[in-house]
Write a protein that binds this ligand. Structure first.
Ligand SMILES: [Mg+2]
Length: 445
C-alpha cells in the first residue's frame, strides 16, 4: 500500500485509525512478565466463557477473540485464561489517549484500545500522516510497552480496514510482522476494497456474513454490484444501505470528539530523576497545586486521585483512591497522593510523576457534612489519608476562596502557596496535561 516515495498530505490521508494489539492480554503480560512468551488470553474460563483478547502466542494455536473458551482450550491445551482487570486497562487506555492528544485533540475513542483521529486541523503544521503514524507507534511502544497498528485513509471505513492490514499476522503458525502503518491511497482504494472479504466490513458479524455467503456474496466486489432493494430483503434496509455504501468506499461518519473533560491531570518528566519518597512527595505537592487550581477554575471537585510513577527503566506503577467526597484543595489532594506514593516501592529512581483527578462533582454538590463522624480505622492507611484529606478540604475553604479571589483581582502570580514559591517569586506552572480522557475511570486499586 505504501511505497516509500509516497508521503501523503493530510488531505490525501485525513482520517487515522489506531488499534492496540492484543490489548488486555498485553497489559496482563506487562504487569506479570513471567507470562511473556506464553499463550495468554483474557476472558471467561467457564463452560460458557468467551475469549476477549488473545496474545499472539495464543493466536499461533488458532485462538481468537470472540471464540468460546472451550474451543480455545481444545486448540491450545496450555492456554492461560485470565479474568481481566479493567481498572488496569483503563489506566493504560488513558495514557494511550494522552499520546494521541499530543498529536491532535480531534480524536474519538472507540472502546479502550481504538481511536479515530481527524488530521485535517494539522494541515498548517505540515504534519505528514505516515510520519505521524510511525511516531505514535514509537511512543506507544517506548512509553507504554504496547504495540499497535495504524491505518490512514479518506474516511473511517478505509482507515479502520487499513489499520487491520497494518497488524502482524500468523502464517503457518509463525508470527509475521505487519507494516505497522498502512495508507490506502485514493488511487488504489477501489481495487483494494474489491479484494476484501465481506466479513471484513464494519458491522458484518458471523450471522450477516452467513446470509451474504448464501446469496453468493463473498467479496466486497460482489457487494458493489448487488441491487440494494434485493439485498434489503435479506439483511434489512438499513444494513443493505450501509453495505452498498461501504462497497462503494463511501462512509460519511465524522470523527466525533467528546469535549467533556472527565479528568484533569499534570504529568512531569524530570530533567534529573527523583530518588526516594521525600523528593517524590515534594514533587507531588507541586502537581497537586496545579491540578487543584484547574479544578477550582472549572468549579469542580474530584473524588478519585491517581498517581502514576514511571521509573528510569520505563516500568510504571499507578495507584488510585476514590474518596467519599470531592476535593479541590491542594493539601487535601496531596494527602491522598502522599499515601498512595507510600504504597509504591520507590527503590528505583523516578523519571516521571503524574497526578490525575477524576470522578468529578459540581462544587455545589459536594456535601462534606455527610462524611463526618466516620472514624478511620487506625490500621487502614487509606482511611487515615481520607480523614486527613477531608479535614484539609473543610478547614482550608476560606483560605482557598481568599487566594482565588486575590488571583482573580491581581493576576495569577500575585499570591502563591508554599509549593509554588521559587527564587524568582511565585511560579505558577503551566498545566501540561489537561486531560479529556475517554473512559471515565473509577479504579480502586
Ligand atoms: Mg485492539
Amino acid at each position: 500500500m505504501n511505497s516509500p516515495s509516497e508521503n501523503p498530505s493530510v488531505d490525501d490521508a485525513p482520517i487515522l485509525h489506531i488499534d492496540l494489539d492484543a490489548f488486555f492480554a498485553s497489559v496482563e503480560i506487562l504487569d506479570d512478565p513471567s507470562l511473556k512468551g506464553k499463550p495468554v488470553v483474557v476472558g471467561g474460563g467457564g463452560d460458557r466463557g468467551v475469549i476477549a483478547s488473545a496474545s499472539y502466542e495464543a493466536r499461533r494455536f488458532g485462538v481468537r477473540s470472540a471464540m468460546p473458551s472451550v474451543i480455545a482450550k481444545r486448540r491450545c491445551p496450555g492456554l492461560i485464561i485470565l479474568p481481566g482487570r479493567f481498572d488496569r486497562y483503563e489506566v493504560y487506555s488513558r495514557r494511550f489517549h494522552d499520546i494521541i492528544r499530543d498529536l491532535t485533540p480531534e480524536y474519538e475513542p472507540l472502546g479502550l484500545d481504538e481511536v479515530f483521529a481527524d488530521l485535517r486541523s494539522l494541515r498548517r503544521l505540515q504534519v505528514r500522516p505516515i510520519d505521524a503514524g510511525f511516531e505514535l507507534r514509537r511512543r506507544i511502544s517506548d512509553e507504554l510497552g504496547l504495540l499497535c497498528g495504524v491505518g490512514l485513509g479518506r474516511n473511517k471505513l478505509f482507515a479502520k480496514l487499513a489499520s487491520k492490514e497494518s497488524k502482524p499476522t500468523i502464517v503457518d503458525g509463525r508470527l509475521v510482522d505487519g507494516p505497522g502503518v498502512v495508507w490506502v491511497s485514493p488511487a488504489v482504494e477501489r481495487t483494494w476494497l474489491d479484494e476484501l472479504p465481506v466479513r471484513s466490513l464494519w458491522g458484518v458479524g458471523p450471522a450477516t456474513a452467513a446470509k451474504l455467503h448464501k446469496l453468493g456474496l463473498r467479496w466486497v466486489r460482489d457487494l458493489a454490484q448487488v441491487d440494494e432493494a434485493t439485498l434489503a430483503q435479506h439483511v434489512g434496509r438499513a444494513m443493505a444501505a450501509t453495505l452498498v455504501a461501504y462497497a462503494q468506499g463511501e462512509d460519511n461518519r465524522d470523527v466525533t470528539v467528546d469535549r467533556a473533560v472527565k479528568s484533569v491531570g499534570h504529568d512531569q518528566t524530570f530533567a534529573t530523576s527523583l530518588v526516594g519518597l521525600g523528593e517524590i512527595v515534594q514533587a507531588a505537592k507541586g502537581h497537586a497545586a496545579i491540578v487543584a487550581r484547574a479544578l477550582r477554575d472549572a468549579n469542580r471537585v474530584a473524588r478519585t486521585i491517581t498517581v502514576i510513577v514511571r521509573f528510569d527503566d520505563l516500568a510504571s506503577v499507578s495507584r488510585s483512591q476514590t474518596l467519599s467526597f470531592g476535593v479541590d484543595d491542594e493539601y487535601a489532594m496531596a494527602a491522598i497522593a502522599e499515601a498512595l506514593l507510600q504504597s509504591v516501592d520507590l527503590a528505583r529512581s523516578v523519571r516521571l510523576l503524574a497526578l490525575h483527578a477524576s470522578s468529578f462533582l459540581d462544587r455545589d454538590d459536594n456535601n462534606m457534612q455527610l462524611t463526618f463522624g466516620l472514624d478511620p480505622s487506625a490500621n487502614d492507611p487509606r482511611e487515615q489519608a481520607e480523614a486527613v484529606s477531608r479535614e484539609r478540604q473543610v478547614s482550608h475553604e476560606a483560605l482557598r476562596d481568599a487566594v482565588d479571589d486575590v488571583r482573580q483581582k491581581f493576576g495569577r502570580t500575585s499570591v502563591g502557596t508554599a509549593s509554588e514559591l521559587t527564587d524568582h517569586g511565585v511560579e505558577i506552572k503551566t498545566q501540561r496535561g489537561s486531560h479529556a480522557f475517554g473512559p471515565e475511570a473509577d479504579q480502586n486499586e
